[in-house]
Design a binder for this molecule. Structure first.
Ligand code: UD1
Ligand code: CA
Length: 464
């Protein structure tokens, strides 16, 4: 049988330095709350049980993470050891190992946590600390090793001597414990220290003194170790996460030009042989097929794009784009729009809640909203669906092969049937039958040789 793998995530602290009404771990990195990275990684690792210790703003975590973890309340924040102690009722006496992580350290990869567990098992340790070598270790707990290299204890910055502060190997706040030994040792932790707190790292020296094996797993990439305490670290962690996401897409066969100008959120999917150009921003549940040209400056939120489509200088939200579609430059596509394959939507076109059929074109300067457009429809320059009368939204239906001339107003509700033809400048208020020609504008009046008379009239007026 597989060994129990429990996880305890500490998130009861106040997060004061964020200066936020929102719980620290719910602040987002690349479009995803930081705690989700930890939960997703743990899920991926197949943890038996995930417990989260909450306190300050705990209700907001319970709401945001409902069903994803078991919550344990820590009424008073008396320290990290005290926090872990709160999970006693779920973990006490259980077999297996327990990972302890901080909710505000979102960058650890599955590989890093797996190798922490590997080392823990290999060494048959009671506790294994994930450590990192930092150029500037200020503020962190230092890992104090014995002459033979084994870990003897962790000393907090505030409690450390000058000699101990000179150590650059730090405690990342992530540990792997033999579960039963952890809970035995927790009972022996006291708060005789600079902060008057019950320190979880004290478990290390307690177990070491009992003759247990203590191991350490040193991280390969120390950047992963960073914690987020303020908005500056939030930005640093985000750019690190962004780099990681971008590298993942590149490894998957996506070309990204000038990647430092491109934003790609965590859950975005892009197929191989798509190219992303500078200034693009791909967010939410956006999914892009292969062979697409995205950008420059394509801003996509929750958009699904099929293969071979091209989107330049445009903003698209919550919509579906078919195969071989051309969009932009300067198109705004609002929610609930779908463009079937081979459609073309051009400059200064605004679409909202519009379904556009195969091969149809809306090439320039048009507004199409609350509309159902068939196949091979041509919507010429300046067409407006008049979908709102100040009270309610109404629908415009244009069937296959219809031609809507320039500067037409389609006053909805209205239907233009198959292959109907609407003359430029028309204001259409009634349905147009199939194959019909509709023209709804005033006839032109042309007065021959009238300009000289007009000129005289104006001059006379001006000299008065
Ligand atoms: C802790 C470690 C330190 C390590 C550092 C890594 C201790 C005493 N020190 O220090 O060795 O280098 O992490 O970042 O553990 N929390 C609770 N309840 C509490 C106190 C804290 O849930 O009563 C939570 C916090 O929300 C946070 C985590 O535990 O997620 C760490 O607490 P924090 O006070 O930030 O510890 P550090 O001083 O950073
Ligand atoms: Ca602290």
């Amino acid at each position: 049988m597989k060994e129990n793998l429990n996880a305890v995530i500490l998130a009861a602290g106040k997060g004061t330095r964020m200066k936020s009404k929102k719980h620290k771990v719910l602040h987002e990195l690349c479009g995803k709350p930081m705690v989700h990275y930890i939960l997703d990684t743990l899920e991926d690792m197949g943890t038996t049980q995930k417990l989260m210790v909450i306190g300050h703003l705990g209700e907001t975590l319970e709401e945001a993470l409902e069903g994803k973890v078991t919550f344990v309340k820590q009424e008073e924040q008396l320290g990290t050891a005290h926090a872990v102690m709160q999970t006693e009722e779920y973990l006490q006496g259980k077999d297996g190992i327990t990972l302890v992580l901080n909710g505000d350290h979102p960058l650890f990869t599955k590989d890093t946590l797996q190798s922490l567990i590997e080392i823990h098992k290999q060494k048959e340790a009671a506790a294994t600390v994930l450590t990192a070598e930092l150029a500037d270790p200020t503020g962190y707990g230092r890992v104090i090793r014995q002459a033979d290299g084994s870990v003897s204890r962790i000393v907090e910055h505030k409690d450390a001597s000058d000699e101990e502060r000179a150590v650059h190997e730090i405690n990342t706040g992530t540990y792997c414990f033999h579960n039963q030994k952890l809970f035995e040792a927790l009972k022996l932790v006291n708060n005789n220290n600079a902060q008057g707190e019950y320190y979880l790292p004290d478990v290390i020296s307690i177990l070491q003194e009992q003759g247990e094996v203590i191991a350490a797993s040193m991280m390969e990439d120390e950047k992963e170790a960073m914690g987020v305490n303020d908005r500056i670290q939030l930005a640093e962690a985000e750019s690190y996460m962004q780099e990681r996401i971008i590298r993942k897409h590149m490894q998957g066969g996506v070309t990204i030009h000038h990647p430092s100008t491109v934003t790609i959120e965590a859950d975005v999917e892009i197929d191989a042989d798509t190219e992303v150009f500078p200034g693009s921003s791909l967010k939410g549940n956006t999914k892009i097929g292969s062979g697409c040209i995205i950008g420059p400056e394509a801003d996509l939120q929750d958009v699904v794009v099929a293969d071979e489509s091209k989107i330049r200088y445009s903003v698209i939200e919550d919509s579906e784009i078919g195969r071989n579609v051309t969009i932009g430059p300067y198109t705004y596509i609002r929610p609930n729009t779908s463009l079937a394959e081979n459609t073309k939507v051009g400059a200064f076109v605004d679409l909202k809640n519009a379904q556009i059929g195969k091969g149809s074109k809306v090439s320039h300067l048009a507004y199409v909203g609350d509309s159902e457009i068939g196949q091979n429809v041509n919507i010429a320059c300046g067409v407006v669906t008049v979908n709102y009368d100040g009270f309610t939204k109404h629908k415009t239906i244009i069937q296959d092969g219809a031609f809507i001339g320039c500067n037409t107003n389609l006053v909805a509700p209205v239907t233009v049937e198959e292959k109907a033809y609407i003359a430029a400048g028309s204001t259409i208020t009634e349905d147009v039958p199939a194959e019909a020609f509709a023209i709804a504008r005033q006839r032109q009046v042309t007065k021959t040789d009238y300009v000289p008379k007009l000129r005289k009239k104006i001059n006379r007026h001006n000299s008065l």
